[in-house]
Ligand binder design. Sequence first.
Ligand code: C5P
Length: 267
Amino acid sequence: MKRFPVTLRAKAPAKINLSLDLLGKRDDGYHDLRSVMASISLYDDLHIMLRPCKAGRGLFTAQAAGVRKGNLTSLAVKLFMEAAGARGWSAHVRVEKRIPLSAGLGGGSSDAAAVLRALDKWAAVQTAVRRPDLQELALKLGSDVPYCLRGGVCLAEGRGERLTPLPPLPECWIVLSVPAINVSTVRMFQLFDLSGRREGDNVFETVNPHPEVGEIKQVLLQAGASKALMSGSGPSVFGIFDDETQAADAVQTLKPIFPKTFLTVPV
Ligand code: C5P
């Protein structure tokens, strides 16, 4: 006898951009990019509860502290269930959020990708459910979602969907610090278009107006980071350390000023 709801669990890692270049604006309004992305050990935990319902009456809801209703996770469930032809199911996703929001760490995209992966595993053991093309669904959800489906270290091109896997990073520690600033990704693309500047390892850094980014970079480099860079459209900044003690010291220095500071490793 089956018990309901069925609960699926999934982990969604944050990503950082080790490099990010924009090659130009496309006819569809997006930008062609070239970015090396890596996943790190800062995770959201997802609990996906599935319950049978009358065919066509499925409700797809999600709840996560600080995330407005109608977020990407519930949309991911809806798109998957429609594409899978699973008409007799409702789903509720509860997200234990640890990845800071709108920080350039791909938290929302990674949550959506984790939903697709978990539902795909579930669909594999259902008789009346198809297994849709996850990459296609991922790109419908957002430009970073195809990368998040795969994870690890990848070169992302096109809108973000053309992925080339790269070797894993050597052993290192990644300190991540997120200043309490609101950054709009769309606004950062607009600022880039206006400036047209393509300098540095992350082109968004040159158009970022927040001094905190430079301040955190300086602390990380002084603490011994071999590289320090803003991630994505910011405002999070990461530093890569060969030495764990130096990384832990950097966390101690930054945490009193920027409470959202984390010590992570590549995953
Ligand atoms: O794909 P996603 O919904 O995450 O993109 C959010 C916004 O970021 C887009 O509406 C667009 O303004 C910008 N974007 C872009 N080029 C990309 C990815 C995102 O211009 N390759």
